[in-house]
Write a protein that binds this ligand. Structure first.
Ligand code: GLU
Length: 286
């Protein structure tokens, strides 16, 4: 069958075993690629060297192949792409939109709980950063500083007409346009690069989705709030915005997200107990 321009990806982080939620995500991505006569790529998101392990990567390939998935080789590994993320960061820095931040988690907590601080808002990455280091120039950056995006400056750079994205997932289907007030108050100055990792997840995912020509991002609804960050970064970096398909999350009988549970059962455990790929599909409601 001829391939169309549709291209999506499954992008696991090799920091633990795949569980039912991952299986659902990968099967959904493959199903959509198949229906569109397009492609599903596999991308290994292993920039967090404090947690990623090659042994997990091997097990991911094995589990996905067992599920009946196939993907083009070679697979893109984010750990091979650090120069591309550095270039994107340098571009944003060159636009005057970044600053070095020396706050540790405890400093941020203390600033947010100070008597004059307003109510703490939870953003996609945790509490919205209070802006303590915002006035520091990039020239003052120490090697172990994080680099943040100055959100107000980024919005001023883009002007009043912010980009939107098309959501194709069932829960919030339609066109979503970014809202400047929400980006400032509800997202804030996100981290673009971390002292221990280099590029942040947000920057890496945006650079790679463009590099790989992804036309639709298929991923869990837990990442819906991160998508506005990705669309903003795409706009700043002149990269295309794909469509987004956020799918439901697989929960246990009590409605708790599987990924959040320490005892979430690995696909490998079901396999060892004799489950078939068809059983897994049934378990996730496919
Ligand atoms: N690597 C991310 C995860 O395993 C997924 C990123 C994405 O789909 O954008 O949660």
């Amino acid at each position: 069958m001829a391939e169309t321009g549709y291209r999506t990806r499954f992008a696991p982080s090799p920091t633990g075993p795949l569980h039912l939620g991952h299986a659902f995500s990968a099967l959904t991505a493959q199903g959509r690629a198949h229906a569109a006569r397009g492609q599903m790529l596999l991308r290994i998101e292993d920039i967090d060297t404090t947690r990623a392990r090659p042994a997990w990567e091997t097990r991911i390939f094995d589990d996905l192949a067992w599920l009946g998935l196939d993907w083009p080789r070679p697979v893109l590994r984010q750990s091979d792409r650090l120069p591309a993320y550095d270039a994107a960061l340098a571009r944003l820095a060159g636009m005057g939109l970044t600053y070095p931040c020396r706050c540790r988690r405890a400093d941020i907590r203390a600033a947010l709980s100070a008597p004059q601080a307003g109510a703490t808002v939870q953003g996609p990455d945790g509490p919205v950063y209070p802006g303590t280091c915002r006035a520091r120039p990039m020239e003052a950056a120490a090697p172990d500083d994080a680099i943040r995006l100055n959100m107000a400056a980024a919005l001023a750079h883009l002007g009043p007409k912010l980009r939107g994205f098309t959501e194709t997932g069932p829960a919030q289907a339609g066109v979503h346009t970014l809202c400047a007030a929400q980006m400032i108050d509800g997202v804030g100055d996100i981290v673009l690069a971390r002292r221990d990792i280099g590029s942040s997840y947000h920057l890496a995912v945006v650079v790679d989705d463009a590099h790989q020509g992804i036309t639709e991002v298929v991923r869990g609804a837990d990442l819906f709030d991160a998508t506005q960050i990705h669309v903003l970064l795409q706009d700043l970096l002149d990269l295309p915005t794909p469509a987004y398909h956020h799918h439901r999350l697989i929960t246990d009988a009590a409605g708790r997200r599987l990924a959040k549970r320490d005892d979430a059962r690995a696909l490998a455990t079901y396999r060892a107990e004799g489950a078939t790929p068809a059983d897994i599909r049934r378990m996730v409601g496919l």
